[in-house]
Design a protein around this ligand. Structure first.
Ligand code: NDP
Length: 274
């Protein structure tokens, strides 16, 4: 059989950690496959998703092509149906499949932080973009009781709730003032703030009352300022690296099955990013 070709498709994509994570896993399993980072526009992304998958490979999709990829595949997992976004593709029996492993990655990262899980929990979700969408899907899957969504544009938070049919358990907050000392079991930071030193800080936990745990989906070389501030307040907190690792592991499992070389993937992440 030919060498199988995998790639992460995005723009920009040069900073992606996926080639390092999957490269380490491919080497550990001694698989005849390569994994590249390919920068591309919308139209190329659709062609590459289908072409790579039908040639026996597959890959990942990142910003800004996840929605377009969800439309490009023939079969969608529940996570893709729910979020309208696809970050992982492959083919089976001549059909191109898409999954959104950000949802599984998010659920795993929450479990690592809150072993008792979020069933029945009250959660504050900061942000209403793609990462927030995956988080909301994961929270609903895990039986969350109530999600309050705070986003700079409140309309986008409302749209997220409507789009996912989450009116029964989620509400959009109209500004930080609406928090007024409320208690949350978990706060999820899913805005893009925190990557750049010049970014303003995301909403502070000081606006809430009691907080059980804090999960930032943003990750970098160091824990984000938001994570550090949470820890200073005595709140158990984690950044987005565990979610990144677990979404990659779930994608690798789709392509190659078990065992997923977690130790090697984790080492590659720490080497590149820690
Ligand atoms: P989007 O562009 O889809 O959403 C960005 C979000 O940030 C929106 O809610 C936006 O609010 C908010 N935002 C941006 N700038 C500001 C600002 N100046 N003040 C207040 N809010 C702001 O991005 P994604 O959701 O795709 O990604 C968000 C982050 O999550 C990224 O850092 C990404 O790397 C990370 N991520 C991590 C993953 C992981 O595995 N750990 C997986 C996926 C993403 P508004 O709607 O008002 O514009």
């Amino acid at each position: 059989a030919a060498t199988r070709l995998f790639a992460v498709l995005g723009d920009p994509v040069a900073h992606s950690l996926s080639p390092a994570l999957h490269g380490a896993a491919l080497a550990a399993r001694r698989l005849d496959a390569v994994y590249l980072a390919l920068r591309c526009g919308d139209r190329e992304a659709v062609g590459l998703v289908r072409g790579l998958a039908l040639a026996g490979g597959g890959g990942n999709v990142t910003v800004p092509h996840k929605r377009r990829a969800a439309e490009a595949v023939d079969r969608r997992t529940g996570a893709v149906e729910r979020t309208g976004a696809c970050n992982t593709f492959w083919s089976d029996d001549g059909a191109v499949w898409g999954d959104n492993t950000d949802v599984a990655g998010f659920r795993g990262a929450v479990t690592a932080l809150l072993p008792e899980g979020v069933a029945g929990a009250r959660v504050l979700l900061l942000g209403a973009g793609g990462a927030a969408r995956a988080a909301l899907a994961g929270l609903l899957d895990d039986g969350v009781r109530e999600v309050a969504i705070l986003n700079r544009s409140v309309d986008r938070a409302r749209e997220l709730i409507r789009g996912m049919g989450a009116e029964g358990s989620a509400t959009a907050l109209d500004g930080e003032g609406a928090l007024s000392g409320e208690d949350f079991d978990l706060v999820v930071q899913a805005t893009s703030l925190g990557l750049h030193p010049s970014d303003p800080l995301p909403t502070s936990l000081d606006r809430c009352g009691g907080v059980g745990a804090a999960l930032d989906l943003v990750y970098g070389r160091e824990p984000t300022r938001w994570v550090r501030a949470a820890r200073e307040r005595g709140v158990p907190a984690a950044d987005g690296r565990e979610m990144l690792l677990l979404q990659a592991a779930a994608a690798f499992r789709r392509w190659f099955g078990d065992p997923v070389p977690m130790a090697e993937m984790r080492a590659a992440l720490n080497e590149r990013d820690g």
